[in-house]
Structure formats: structure tokens, C-alpha cells
Ligand binder design. Sequence first.
Ligand code: S3P
Length: 167
Amino acid sequence: MKNVVLTGFMGTGKTTVGKILAKKLGCRFVDTDEEIVRAEGKSINELFELYGEGGFRDIESRVIATLSEKKNCVIATGGGAVLRKENMDNLRKKGIIILLRADIDTIAQRLTDSSSRPLANGQTREALAARLESRRVYYDNHDFAFDIHGESPMRIADKILDICKKL
Ligand code: S3P
């Protein structure tokens, strides 16, 4: 089985959907943020404080390069992983890229309590909308996309499962 790689803005449910999907597929679930925290022994907030966004992205790229070598995994990526083409090229070698998409109102609502997300914490709806807009072209780099609005994580996982069966 190819890896199933979930991309999407913060708050689109990549981790929740990914865990359900991995269970349904009977395969391993990995989350790039979790792997980063494990590898560095520091929280995402601490890594941003210590190294800035650029330093965090370097660590993220290293972790993604390693995870991309794995097989039979569902991989949930951090919302900014799409920003480096190198990450996407690596992830695509053994995986299909699935974008989870949401409108700004859904995203803003889901990110109200974002103390563990340095790029969302304390941000206004307008600031989040601007970041989402600036990333649109990067999120376009996908094989399949699903709108999460009004759908349960279980239903999204089932839809992705249907695609996996047809591959
Ligand atoms: C980020 C998203 C976060 C995490 C970091 C940066 C982003 O992951 O990687 O805070 O730039 O969009 P989630 O999308 O899982 O929140």
C-alpha cells in the first residue's frame, strides 16, 4: 500500500482523521509534529522560540525526509509542511497526497484555543485568513482533496478509504 499523506491548514483535522483512517486500513499512523517533538525533546512552541520558523522548518524537513522512506503508513503533516517543495517531493515518492480543506470560518472557530500552535495562537480571523490565502497555491499540490465542512472525521476517513481501495 502507498502511504496516505494528509495535508491541510491547521485545524482541518489531519491528526483525527489520520488516526481513524490508519485503524481502518490496519496500518501505522505517524504525525510529523509528534515525530519532531520526540526527535528534539521539545514542544513545537519551544522550537519556534529557540530557532524561529525557519529553524523549525529545517527540522520538519529532516523528519519528513525520514518518514517518507516508510511504507504502509498514514502520515499527518503539520500545516506548513507543504511550503517546501522538497517535503512534498519526498512524501510523494511512496505516498498519495490528500488535502483536507476547510473554509476560514470553520478554521477560525477550530483554532480559538491554539496555545500549542505558535502561528495560530492569539491570531485574529483576518490574520488566519491571510495566512490561509498565502498558502493556497501550496495546498494545491495534492492528488485528492476533501472539504471537511459538515462532515465527521469518520465520514472523511471512509471517503479516503474508498480512494485507497481503488488505487
Ligand atoms: C504549522 C502547523 C502545525 C505545526 C506548527 C506549524 C503551520 O501543525 O506544524 O505549529 O505552519 O501551519 P498542525 O497543522 O497539525 O496544527
